[in-house]
Design a protein around this ligand. Structure first.
Ligand code: BMA
Length: 394
């Protein structure tokens, strides 16, 4: 590295690293939470029958609180801007030389017994990509944009009544149970080289404080939502014997702790507490976004730690990332001053039907590509090699 470049690198990363994280690279201040973290409590995940690898994933993620953040990307090996299903390809890898540390995929439409998900990704490919990601030491999270069981339309068909209809006694309970059987079949089929189940972070009923999905806040009562969580997890755990899951609860952006926990089903069910946020609409400008983002991160840190759970940024994005220094000026300083252990960027759909484009991580030549690459060498945010070195399943 040339002298000038090194100085720039030093100023950009080492100095903020020192300020934010201290000499030992830890950003844990000596708070009561920190003491709690060191007591050895809370190192078991919520499923008392979780597989060894699943429990290790939980313990190891817990240990990363305040130290590292796994950078994730939805559908990363499936497609990117201008390409689809090219072996070994990933927009994150094209820009940084490395795959992300965390991979998101979606199960939407698996409930119907279809071979493709709602974004046309074949489930066979998802299974293969999950296995490859796991072999590389990466972490996998699945969301589920399941259709509306009452109307048969999409997840965004938000007429009230669907949640009540699938609870025990409801007219669609039997149908929902078949849907869970199909999810369980898929989850149970995810095996590593030695036949062990691959641990998955299952993120159900996401953004439930919004009104856009059929499971949203205007479509059911808090009690109905809690019952649905309880029914679903009980069924997967106890009826289907699925024990390779950590469960993530997540809202959209939120205004208060009370709003956050209103539909929270309980510490015996959940492992990870997160929220989703996008730089868009009223939060389009960096200052507005950063203000809201900081406030929600502060709250998620304290809610998660008081429940002895793992805090995470379960989805984020700034479509197209038009600000060429957004990663190092906005994203990096904000997330590294908090305790989240992972951040999942949403999918690089590219140019969509109708001409709009959608992508949340850069591809080579896009506006924020070189800034993202700079961020990738901080050592704090983990990519492929960083997560591999953590041996997260051991
Ligand atoms: C949305 C968009 C949609 C996609 C959906 C589920 O945010 O990316 O195009 O179908 O997520 O992945």
């Amino acid at each position: 590295m040339k002298q000038k470049q090194f100085r720039y690198f030093f100023l950009l990363f080492y100095c903020p690293f020192q300020v934010l994280f201290g000499q030992d690279g830890s950003n844990k201040p000596a708070t009561p939470e920190t003491k709690f973290l060191n007591t050895g409590l809370s190192h078991e995940c919520s499923d008392k029958l979780a597989t060894l690898e699943t429990n290790s994933l939980y313990k190891n993620l817990y240990q990363l609180i305040g130290k590292n953040i796994l950078l994730g990307h939805q559908d990363d090996p499936c497609y990117g801007v201008g390409w689809k299903y090219i072996a070994g390809r990933s927009d994150i890898r094209d820009v940084t030389g490395q795959y992300p540390a965390l991979y998101g995929f979606d199960l939407g439409r698996i409930e119907l017994g279809l071979a493709y998900n709602l974004d046309s990704v074949p489930f066979e490919k998802t299974r293969l990509f999950i296995r490859e990601a796991y072999e590389r030491g990466g972490v996998i999270t699945l969301s589920w944009h399941l259709n509306n069981p009452l109307t048969g339309k999409t997840a965004w068909d938000n007429k009230p009544g669907a949640v009540a209809s699938i609870l025990p006694g409801g007219e669609k309970n039997a149908l929902y149970t078949i849907w869970l059987d199909r999810v369980a079949d898929f989850l149970g089929s995810l095996k590593g080289k030695n036949g062990e189940s691959i641990p998955i972070i299952l993120r159900l009923f996401h953004e439930l404080n919004g009104g856009w999905f059929w499971w949203g806040k205007d479509q059911c009562s808090p009690d109905e939502m809690k019952q649905l969580w309880r029914y679903t997890i009980h069924y997967l755990r106890n009826e289907k014997n699925i024990h390779n899951l950590l469960y993530a609860f997540n809202t959209d952006k939120f205004n208060s702790g009370a709003e956050y926990v209103e539909r929270y089903p309980g510490d015996d069910l959940i492992d990870i507490l997160g929220f989703d946020i996008y730089q868009a609409g009223a939060l389009r400008e960096n200052a507005a976004f950063t203000g809201f983002f900081n406030k929600d991160l502060d709250m998620i840190d304290s809610i998660a730690l008081s429940h002895h759970k793992i805090p995470a940024l379960t989805e984020f994005g700034y479509n197209g990332v038009p600000d060429s220094t957004w990663w190092t000026k906005v994203f990096f300083p904000t997330i590294t001053s908090h305790k989240i252990v992972y951040a999942l960027a949403w999918r690089n759909a590219g140019i969509k039907r109708g001409g709009n484009s959608e992508y949340y991580v850069p591809y080579p030549g896009s506006a924020s590509a070189s800034d993202f690459k700079k961020m990738s060498v901080s050592g704090i945010i983990l990519f492929e090699s960083g997560i591999k070195s953590k041996n997260i399943y051991k």
